[in-house]
Design a protein around this ligand. Structure first.
Ligand code: AMP
Length: 191
């Protein structure tokens, strides 16, 4: 297990689980959301262009996302694998990733779909907004991000199911139990 994608609504726990797995498997955790948030905080050219989309809960346009991902997946530290969190987010991004993987000879091992009911998601995100001060964890933006997820990202569940790469894990349980279940389905060492 060296190349893995996390799917799941905002707030499903992708970041937390991806970070843990990246330590267990010793491969980089690549979060496009983190990359954009850092770019916004540093007010780089990319950050200035992405800020509006992050603040409103919309997807950053593909032309800003795809080159960034290609650059990241050709860096030296990903030779032994990667864990993608927040990418791909729509069918065009997934198709791009398919092509890129073929070019780089980096096939995906598995796509994890973390399942959490919407009502749990909303309360988790409101909580995170209060605790971490994330500017996109306000109730209005949360609703928009959930709509965007359903319209644009959820179709990827079938996209990867058809490729027989998908495993679904119940994300509505205590964090350590999700980690343990993931370790079991992915057959990676935990403890
Ligand atoms: P996340 O931390 O993954 O929930 O991402 C936070 C925000 O960053 C999203 O609401 C989008 O505005 C933007 N973003 C992150 N990843 C992508 C992506 N793959 N495509 C487009 N926008 C993205």
């Amino acid at each position: 297990m060296a190349r893995l994608i996390f799917l799941g609504s905002p707030g499903a726990g992708k970041g937390t689980q991806a970070k843990r797995l990246s330590q267990t498997c010793q491969v980089p955790h690549i979060s496009t959301g983190d990359i954009f948030r850092t770019a916004v905080a540093m007010q780089t050219e990319l950050g200035k262009k992405a800020q509006f989309y992050l603040d409103s809960g919309e997807l950053v346009p593909d032309e800003l996302v795809l080159s960034l991902v290609e650059e990241r997946l050709t860096a030296a530290d990903v030779a032994s694998g990667w864990i993608l969190d927040g990418f791909p987010r729509n069918v065009d991004q997934a198709t791009f990733l398919d092509d890129l993987q073929q070019r780089l000879d980096q096939p995906i091992d598995c796509v994890v779909n973390l399942e959490v009911p919407d009502e749990v998601i909303i309360s988790r995100l409101v909580q995170r907004g209060l605790q971490e001060g994330r500017s996109d964890d306000t109730e209005e933006t949360i609703r928009r991000r959930l709509d965007v997820y359903q319209a644009q990202t959820e179709p990827l569940i079938d996209f990867y199911r058809c490729r027989q790469k998908l495993v679904s894990v119940d994300g509505n349980q205590p964090v350590d139990e999700v980690t343990a279940e993931l370790a079991k389905v992915l057959e990676v060492g935990d403890d």
